[in-house]
Structure formats: structure tokens, C-alpha cells
Design a protein around this ligand. Structure first.
Ligand code: SAM
Length: 238
């Protein structure tokens, strides 16, 4: 039997929003999907459902697998798209420095996971990684890309520079956990920093100028990804 995360209590007249946020933050790293660790807020998962419906990606590329719950949840959302006839085959490609834990946990939840989830053991800082991932997909595959690795400047930049090209017009690139750079959202001094500076710098590059920051997609008032929902603009006349 897997355990549910501890509940977060709230008293409307007493609990400050910051206390509530910090409670939710501690909770989300103990959450799971189908018994597999999944460190995402339910509100952000709902936003992903909207992005997947809007963009109808064939493949989700997730950078940062951790326990594998994100990959499994995303695969299951793509299965829904396939059931409705919008894509032919669900496929999630998930990258991490160490996949030993994720592969065991995924196999326990779904012994046939590898038919639709490809785990790639690699460092996002490796310049050969985008080509390696490209080889796993047919040409012109429409991807949703999610950067959820170390949440520092260099890894965020490497993910954007290496993987933005996989996002089609109107498609999304989500940079998770920009909350590390918002003082009021930080729970501890030893948290990493550098996500938002990397996103802002990259958006000023010629490649980045094709993307717009969709702050309206922080739909539910609470999100770990401020300034993180990036959408590639449709080409003029497109
Ligand atoms: C926040 S967790 C990912 C959570 C997961 N996406 C989920 O939704 O449950 C971050 C993961 O990124 C991985 N990571 C850290 N630095 C990395 C790097 N340079 N390249 C690839 N993965 C990295 C860590 O090993 C860790 O498993």
C-alpha cells in the first residue's frame, strides 16, 4: 500500500498565504501517482492537461525523471489523446543522470512501461544529448518539452538551448520551478537559484525571441513555475 502525502490544513482567518505555500511545497515532494513519486502540484498538473489538449504533442520530453511519476502521468495523458484519436501513439522520453530508482518503480507500477516511456540516462549539460533524443523519434515529431532538472542557471540554459528546437509553432516549453528565484517562495537558503535569470537571458537570444511567456497559464493562483510556461509563436501569416 502506498502512502498518501500529509494533508495541508488551512484556517482562512489565520493561515497566511506564505505558510500555505510552504506547506504545499513540503507536501508535493511526498506526493505520488500510481504509487510512483510525482513531485508536481495538482494545479500545475491541471495546467499540463490544458497544454496537452491545446498543443496535442506526439512526444513529451521530460528532463529530470526523479522517481518516474511525472513520466508515467504524462504517458497516461498522452494515452487519453490517443484514445480520442488526436495522436497515433503515446511516447514520453525522460532524461536523468541516474535512472536506477525510476526504472524499478515504473516497472512495479506498469511492467510494460518501456513500450511508451523511453528512459535516457544522461546529463542535460552533454551537448550530444539533443541529437541522441532526436534519434528516438520520427522526423518532425511535435514535442512538449519540460525542463525539471537541477534548477540552476547552466542546466536551465542547456535545456532551453538544446531542446527548444523540438517545440513546434504554438507548442510549449515548460521551465519548472522558477519559484527558486522568488524570495518569498524559497523555503531554505540552500535551495538552488538561477532558473529565472537563465529563462530571461535565453528569451533575448534569436532562438528565444520566437517564444512568448504565457503568465496567464499560471491559471490556479498557485504554481511552482512562475514565468515558466513558454509558447512558440505561430509564424506570421501561419
Ligand atoms: C525535481 S526532480 C524531477 C521530478 C520529476 N520530473 C517529477 O515530476 O516527479 C529533478 C531530477 O533532475 C535530475 N537531474 C539533476 N541534474 C541533472 C542533470 N544535470 N542532467 C539530468 N538530470 C539531472 C535529478 O537526478 C533529479 O532526479
Amino acid at each position: 500500500m502506498h502512502e498518501l502525502p500529509p494533508s495541508v490544513g488551512i484556517e482562512l482567518t489565520r493561515t497566511s498565504l506564505q505558510e500555505y505555500w510552504l506547506g504545499r511545497l513540503s507536501q508535493h515532494v511526498l506526493d505520488s501517482y500510481a504509487g510512483v513519486p510525482l513531485a508536481k502540484f495538482p494545479e500545475d498538473l491541471r495546467t499540463y492537461e490544458h497544454l496537452i489538449w491545446l498543443a496535442r504533442p506526439d512526444v513529451v520530453i521530460e528532463i529530470g525523471t526523479y522517481g518516474g511519476g511525472g513520466a508515467l502521468w504524462l504517458r497516461d495523458r498522452l494515452r487519453t489523446l490517443a484514445t480520442y484519436g488526436h495522436i497515433s501513439r503515446p511516447h514520453v522520453i525522460s532524461v536523468d543522470l541516474d535512472l536506477s530508482q525510476a526504472s524499478a518503480l515504473l516497472a512495479r507500477a506498469d511492467p510494460r512501461y518501456a513500450e511508451e516511456i523511453t528512459l535516457v540516462e544522461a546529463d542535460i549539460l552533454d551537448p550530444a544529448l539533443p541529437a541522441r533524443v532526436e534519434d528516438l523519434m520520427p522526423a518532425r515529431t511535435r514535442c512538449l518539452v519540460i525542463e525539471d532538472s537541477a534548477h540552476v542557471y547552466d542546466t536551465t540554459w542547456a535545456a532551453l538551448a538544446g531542446f527548444a528546437a523540438f517545440v513546434p509553432e504554438g507548442g510549449f516549453f515548460v521551465v519548472e520551478d522558477g519559484c527558486v528565484d522568488v524570495e518569498e517562495m524559497r523555503p531554505a537558503e540552500d535551495w538552488p537559484r538561477g532558473v529565472l535569470p537563465a529563462v530571461r537571458d535565453w528569451l533575448r537570444t534569436p532562438e528565444g525571441e520566437d517564444f512568448t511567456v504565457r503568465r496567464d497559464l499560471e491559471l490556479y493562483g498557485i504554481s511552482c513555475h512562475p514565468e515558466g510556461f513558454l509558447q512558440r509563436r505561430p509564424k506570421a501569416g501561419g
